[in-house]
Ligand binder design. Structure first.
Ligand code: NOJ
Length: 565
């Protein structure tokens, strides 16, 4: 087997898709998340693109990933990083062409890597033809029925139709202007005003998205990641949200989150997925109630959903164990594999989060200037990689986490782009800090993100300190995060026990997460402040930090081979 070199398109030999992970490949797959705008810039305009991604397939093969989930790559005004879609069947010119996307899918498949497309069913872009047609057609039209248009309240209709707030801050309603220039109806947007919500009570919307699924499956996509999957269906009466500050015990159901009708949508999608070979539906479902969450994983609905509960837990053995237990308890009876996610394009990078005093994640707590001990955070992120990769189910790796990139927290305000920052009135730093263009090499102006003769600068500035943690700098360094990720993914594939469901906690004391998979594999994560001796019948397969006097030190993890008793 010949290995690839960083930054080239040389590929290692690997079985094409279909042979690599036969059957239900998604149950144990390692899925690498590509934020295309920031992954690799092939044409030198400072924006990542499909050409750049095709040039990195060798790197991804060497990393050992089974599939890529690609964030939205459609034509879009980019009001929300591409989650404001103009055309679900085409490619943004900044990223390339549909023909290039098809070529990518083919090349990746030939290299044993599947492609998962991001579909955004809750909302589109205000520039989408359907929304433009709805604006032009006016009140009461069939075109407006595909969205949520309503008259405003009050004598002049200048009060929003209800009290819903946008998830990005501010009202969830924006008023339109009629053709004669007078104020008109309002439309609903749970996110930014540039992202009008579809009305999923309308058959056109169902048919449109079913066509979109087929479009990408026909082009060889192996799966669909479903954006904001629990939000699509709304209570058509659009009732006010209860005022919980007046009555915290009010249990009136939320009129736009997790309504029962959403399950019919995904049942229809599942029938489509099942009409192809080996395709997978992955839900972005943020719900606090594990029972409601698990309903999306029933056998005729989604194959898997992101496990945000695990991702958001603090660095604490009791907390993490509780999340792992709940995940396995609720997923198990449904025969739906768990997913293990440490970060994504919306949340604080693990290296930064795990180095903070409060190591949990919540959007509400994201603020500028929270200090972080990056050395400690890196140590824990390494250990977390071993933990997540040893648990039963599939593993998600967000681009740059394999390099241990920290959150970029010194982006000049003038460069910030995320609507979450702006709609919070500048209180929330936004998500740009985890979306910085990847540093591939150490010495070129864009750290190898763009070609040396690029005409454009990277769309977000890269911290100067990142020269030392580029992929090139880490390649071949036995102590680097990149080497650790490569080793972890390779070792995961070599362990038959990690392909099954078998899982049992080992009691090695308070603050130690230790479990057995099968008879001969164990993972141990030391979340205490003391050194921990290895179990006597074990030998070391992998460590996140060197052992000291044969012991696992604080915030380190180890994979063990267990001898028969
Ligand atoms: C979830 C996506 O991950 C996020 O990036 C986006 O802003 C919202 N959905 C709205 O589409």
């Amino acid at each position: 087997m010949s290995a690839s070199t960083i930054g080239t398109s040389t590929q290692v030999e690997r079985a094409p898709v279909g042979e690599a992970l036969p059957g239900e490949w998604w149950r144990t797959a390692v899925v690498y998340q590509v934020y295309p705008r920031s992954f690799a810039d092939g044409n030198g305009d400072g924006i990542g693109d499909i050409a750049g991604l095709r040039g990195k397939l060798g790197y991804l093969q060497q990393l050992g990933v089974d599939a890529l989930w690609i964030n939205p790559w459609y034509p879009s005004p980019m009001s929300d990083g591409g989650y404001d879609v103009i055309d679900y069947r085409d490619i943004h010119p900044d990223f390339g062409t549909l023909a290039e996307a098809e070529a990518l899918i083919e090349e990746a498949n030939a290299a044993g890597i599947r492609i998962i497309i991001d579909v955004v069913p809750n909302h589109c872009s205000e520039a989408n033809v359907w929304f433009q047609a709805a604006l032009a057609a006016g009140p009461g039209s069939a075109e407006r029925e595909r969205f949520w248009f309503r008259r405003g309240r009050g004598e002049h209709g200048d009060i929003p139709p209800n009290n819903w707030k946008s998830i990005f801050g501010g009202d969830a309603w924006t008023r339109t202007t009629d053709a004669d220039g007078t104020p008109g109806e309002w439309y609903l947007h749970l996110f930014a005003p540039e992202q009008p919500d579809f009305n999923w009570n309308n058959r056109d919307v169902h048919q449109e998205f079913e066509g979109v699924l087929r479009f990408w499956f026909d082009r060889g996509a192996a799966g669909i990641r479903i954006d904001s999957a629990a939000l699509c269906v709304k209570d058509a009466d659009l009732p006010d949200l209860p005022d919980l500050s007046a009555d915290p015990d009010d249990t009136t159901p939320n009129p736009f989150t997790d309504l029962d009708g959403v399950h019919e949508v995904y049942r229809a999608w599942r029938r489509i997925a099942d009409s192809y070979d080996d395709r997978v539906l992955i839900g972005e479902v943020w719900l606090p109630d594990p029972v409601r969450f698990a309903m999306y994983l029933r056998p005729d609905e989604l194959h898997t959903c992101f496990n945000f509960d695990f991702m958001a837990r603090p660095w604490d053995a009791t907390e993490m164990r509780a999340s792992i237990d709940a995940t396995l308890e609720f997923n198990g009876p449904l025969d739906a594999p768990a997913t293990w996610v440490l970060s994504n394009h919306d949340v604080t990078r693990p290296v930064t989060r795990y180095g903070r005093e409060d190591t949990s994640f919540s959007f509400a707590a994201k603020r500028f200037g929270v200090p972080s001990d990056l050395e400690l955070g890196t140590r824990r992120a390494r250990a977390a990689a071993l933990l997540a990769a040893a648990l039963p189910g599939s593993l998600y790796v967000y681009q740059g986490d394999e390099l241990g990139l920290p959150e970029a927290e010194d982006i000049p305000l003038s460069k910030l782009q995320d609507p979450m920052h702006f709609r919070s009135g500048g209180v929330d730093p936004g998500r740009d800090g985890c979306r910085i263009p990847i540093p591939w090499t150490s010495d070129s102006p864009s750290l190898g993100f763009s070609p040396d003769d690029a005409s454009g600068e990277p769309w977000l500035p890269q911290p100067v300190q990142w020269t030392g943690i580029s992929a090139e700098a880490q390649d071949g360094d036995p102590s680097s995060m990149l080497t650790l990720y490569r080793d972890v993914i390779a070792a995961r594939k070599e362990q038959p026990a990690l392909r099954g469901d078998d899982f049992e906690w080992l009691d090695l004391g308070t603050g130690v997460l230790a479990f057995r998979r099968g008879d001969s594999f164990a993972c141990l994560l030391n979340m205490t402040t003391e050194d921990i001796a290895l179990p006597t019948n074990s030998s070391v397969l992998l460590t996140s930090a060197p052992l000291v006097a044969g012991c696992v030190t604080a915030d380190a993890a180890v994979w063990l081979s267990l001898a028969a008793d």
